[in-house]
Design a protein around this ligand. Structure first.
Ligand SMILES: Nc1ncnc2c1ncn2[C@@H]1O[C@H](COP(=O)(O)OP(=O)(O)OP(=O)(O)O)[C@@H](O)[C@H]1O
Ligand SMILES: [Mg+2]
Length: 284
């Protein structure tokens, strides 16, 4: 599913330009959306899903222009959204919550809804827990009910905002595998700070900086930003002022640097090195 964004701007108040004339295009696959805190990722995702109106600019999802009521309604039928702040109802059971969300989405009647809710609970591995109150769910279970909610309408575009933040390694793997499966059939926009998830899942990566994309390419392209700029330097040897230390071991500091540090040995870069190089040194 195609998503086209042009000149997208969102001003929240004097001096707060969360989006600043962003141009973007997504065409299928799992797209990683990266960027520092406050870069505008959540704002972009809220605008993409029609939950927030932009100050200026245009969003077209699958040919539907979100600026018109008709276009927005049509687009929203094909979009699933898992927000950063999950608005769950703690007193409802997982099953009741999904049933309620399905009825808000106009999925009906009762029988169809019931079977859709059952399918979603099993899709996210919560079939045993559908009868428990959400208040009793762990963080990972809450995320899973959040993703189940976003899949209720069988969306062609799924927008997920930091779905794996705060999950333990096993739960994160489970989530990763779920998103990988979902991404085989739909376009997924995955907002995250977890570069490991991006390198394992994403076909392309967009980095937002101060409300605008500063990079768009494949995972490999992003790693390449640090190629020839990543070194190991023996501990105790000064690394130079513009070098960013990205890791240490008892013997070496790993650095991303604009030029070879003294006694620096070039090493193959990772996605994290590419991201640091992009943010601190800029693309070459
Ligand atoms: N409802 C709002 N009212 C006022 N300012 C807002 C609002 N939502 C976001 N902002 C501001 O817009 C900017 C972008 O915020 P946004 O939440 O989109 O960033 P983000 O990239 O998702 O950050 P994070 O990685 O911390 O989730 C920030 O300066 C933020 O303070
Ligand atoms: Mg955010």
């Amino acid at each position: 599913m195609n998503v086209e964004v042009s000149g997208l701007t969102k001003v929240f108040g004097p001096g707060v330009r969360a989006l600043d004339g962003a141009d973007l295009a997504f065409r299928g696959g799992i797209v990683g959306l990266l960027g520092p805190n406050g870069a505008g990722k959540t704002t972009l995702m809220r605008v993409l899903t029609g939950s927030l109106r932009p100050t200026a600019g245009r969003v077209v999802v699958d040919g539907h222009d979100l600026a018109t009521n008709r276009g927005r309604r049509a687009a929203q039928r094909t979009i699933g959204y898992m927000p950063q702040e999950l608005g769950l109802y703690p007193d409802l059971t997982g099953r009741e919550f999904l049933d309620y969300m399905a009825s808000l989405k106009g999925i009906g009647g009762r029988r169809v809804r019931c079977s859709r809710v059952r399918d979603m609970l099993s899709r996210v591995g919560l079939e045993e827990h559908g009868g428990r109150r959400i208040a009793e769910y762990s963080g990972g279970m809450r995320r899973r009910i959040g993703i189940a909610q976003s899949l209720l309408g069988d969306p062609g575009l799924l927008v997920v905002d930091e779905p794996t933040a705060g999950l333990d390694p096993e739960e994160r793997m489970r989530f990763r595998s779920l998103i990988a499966h979902i991404g085989q059939e739909r376009t997924v926009v995955l907002g995250t700070h977890i570069l490991d998830d991006v390198s394992q899942l994403c076909s392309s990566v967009t980095v937002l900086s101060a409300g605008r994309p500063s990079f768009h390419g494949t995972v490999r392209d992003m790693i390449d930003v640090a190629r020839g700029r990543t070194y190991e330097v023996p501990v105790g040897v000064p690394v130079g002022q513009r070098a960013m230390v990205v890791g240490t071991s008892p013997e070496y500091c790993r650095v991303v640097a604009p030029e070879t540090p003294s006694r620096g040995r070039p090493v193959p870069p990772t996605l994290e090195d590419g991201y640091i190089a992009l943010m601190c040194l800029g693309a070459e």
